[in-house]
Design a protein around this ligand. Sequence first.
Ligand code: FUL
Length: 422
Amino acid sequence: MPPDAPIAPTPRQLDWQRLGIGAFFHFGINTFHGQEWSDGTLPAASFDPTRLDADQWVAAARAAGARYAIITAKHHDGFCLWPTKTTDYSVASSPWKGGEGDVVGELARACRAAGLGLGVYLSPWDRHAPEYADPTAYTELYAEQLRELCTWYGPLMELWFDGAGSDGYTYDWSATMAVARQHQPDAMVFNMGDPTIRWVGNEDGLAADPVEYVVDHTQMSQYTVVTTEFAEALYLPPECDVSIRRGWFWHPDDEPKSLEHLLAIHYRSVGLGANLLLNLPPDDRGLIPDADAARVAEFGAEVARRFGTPAATAELAGAGGGWTADFGKPVAFDHVRLREDLADGQRVRRHVVRAGDRVLAEGLTVGAGRIHLTEPVTASALTVEIEGEGATLESVEVFETGVRELPRVPDGYRAPTDRPDA
Ligand code: FUL
């Protein structure tokens, strides 16, 4: 339920929402064993990418339209991709670069060179560390791991805390958050601790209308129905994580999703005002496979073709519920993108877009950016009716793409939160 008074985002949250797309890199000991969740006993000696090239990962991320990248610095198996001093279960014990390598460091450098933000995934659940059996000892270890990550690699824009496997475990989040606050106060915090962004609630990359930025709880994981309730409602915009493949980690017999599927995910995440975090798993050579790199390039190019350059951006006039979007001349289009002014909070509860008397599009959330496919139409102005106390439109743009049908999410991928008509 929306709170009575809108809750405003921080400028950092707004910046993050404007980034739109991020790339996720699941890479680690699992990559070399065809596993998703190994149990912390696989030998560090098996981590040995022959051609690891973080610039190639970043090039794929950029081709996908990503503006930030998040790496599984430590997944549930406890294997660390940086030469941590907290455990010997890390790259330092592997043959890769004679134990002198640092995957997080290489990605940090590549991101910096390409102007991408860097984030780290540090799994709270740790199946290797003996300390995990003792929450007090583990809190210390975990805080120290986060401290290393927060102080060795320059600015981080996101700290990704995955709830999987943690049910029933009591973490001392105050210690962990103190580290984050001290060293990376601007980083977004995903879903646990003192979160500033939240999980969308499925791993299919799909939001559903309405997309609420203000919530009083979040879901923790795909595998349980556990939720975290907050004492008060918080502004927590969602991030839609999904892998380009079935697996989060690379498997030799897996393959990338179709272009249509990826485009459908885009409409259902970015097109609904949520961020998209697209996982691109590097293979056992340490490279994004050619097929995946080619697919994201197609995806990024098609998104740019559709929504890169508007056919027109409207001059807006209005206030309250009734707005006129004037293009100054007749414009042909088949998509419309609306944005609301979020500086004081999310306020639009419902919207209707009309050309004359014809309803072209309607829905609930506008938020950071709402994309509608419309019938092909030529119009010099639109009217936009919005409901919501104090709601203000920021922009109305139209696009001429030649597209007549929304791409479809294949059966078997539809998230439980889907409404049948969404
Ligand atoms: C889940 C994990 O269990 C998966 O392995 C993956 O990391 C995904 C992003 O989050 O909760």
